[in-house]
Design a protein around this ligand. Structure first.
Ligand SMILES: C[S@@+](CC[C@H](N)C(=O)[O-])C[C@H]1O[C@@H](n2cnc3c(N)ncnc32)[C@H](O)[C@@H]1O
Length: 250
């Protein structure tokens, strides 16, 4: 109950701060004005606390969080990227996914990574040393800038943000993809009724991830204002608990 009230309050706060947080602090979009309420109130321990962030930034931890599905989901995402492409990675991801994408685009491609939090951008920059084809910027996924990309990757971000933010992020990303290009969302999904972990996941969401269960009740396309301009494809994993949804621009 308390967490639901909290989520509602944060969603409201999100609506208010989004206008400010979405506005880049710098005209070139390289910095961002504010850390949103959901980050400070729900995910502070995971992304704003430096000691914890350094401890969490390992594949073993991500594998534990994703119940052993990390490598498989990472492969599913990386398979959507090809050599020489321009790729936007929306938000830092703990572990080695981001260097894998940089390797995949290769020296003829370009990987642009954005994150709201300077600490997360710094962690990401460190793991991209040695990849001159990669750049890390501080920006919100709701305001990724004016550049266009062949592929945009959104890996486990949607479940961590209130629905108002999901809508703003999905719309913003869909706009920045080239015709024929795609936005790839890898995230939670409604598990099958028989799934033995369904109850446990619901409890976990109630306690720790108040914005995640919404992905059990909505398709990613439901958050898009102009969904009809894209071709949507969905693949699910691990009894439906995870999804890869691709929006291909017509
Ligand atoms: C991609 S998500 C979750 C990824 C996954 N839990 C992992 O293994 O790291 C975590 C990142 O999203 C960033 N983030 C949250 N809201 C954001 C937003 N609106 N725009 C850009 N980055 C955001 C956080 O700062 C954090 O670095």
């Amino acid at each position: 109950m308390k967490i639901q009230a909290n989520s509602r309050r944060i969603a409201d706060a999100g609506r208010k701060v989004s206008a400010a947080a979405n506005r880049p602090a710098m005209p070139d979009g390289s910095a961002n004005a504010a850390i949103p309420a959901y980050m400070r109130e729900v995910y502070d321990w995971a992304y704003l606390n430096e000691t914890n962030a350094r401890l969490l930034d390992h594949d073993l931890i991500v594998s534990a969080i994703l119940l052993g599905n990390n490598a498989r989901l990472r492969r599913a995402l990386v398979a959507e990227v090809a050599n020489g492409q321009r790729v936007l990675q929306v938000a830092h991801v703990y572990g080695k996914l981001i260097p894998e994408i940089a390797r995949r685009v290769g020296p003829d491609g370009f990987l642009d990574v954005i994150d709201l939090v300077p600490l997360q951008a710094a962690l990401c920059r460190r793991k991209l040393r040695g990849f001159p084809q990669a750049r890390v910027r501080i920006a919100s996924a709701t305001c990724p800038g004016d550049e266009m990309y062949d592929v945009i990757s959104c890996f486990f971000l949607l479940h961590e943000i209130p629905d108002e933010w999901k809508r703003a992020v999905v719309d913003a990303l869909l706009l920045q993809v080239n015709r024929g290009g795609k936005v790839v969302f890898v995230d939670y999904h409604r598990p099958a009724r028989w799934h033995p972990l369904r109850g446990m996941m619901r409890q976990l969401f109630n306690r720790l991830e108040p914005f995640a269960e919404s992905l059990w009740h909505h398709q990613v396309a439901d958050f898009a204002t102009a969904a009809e301009n894209y071709h949507w494809q969905k693949q699910t994993f691990f009894g439906g608990l995870y999804q890869k949804t691709i929006a291909c621009r017509r």
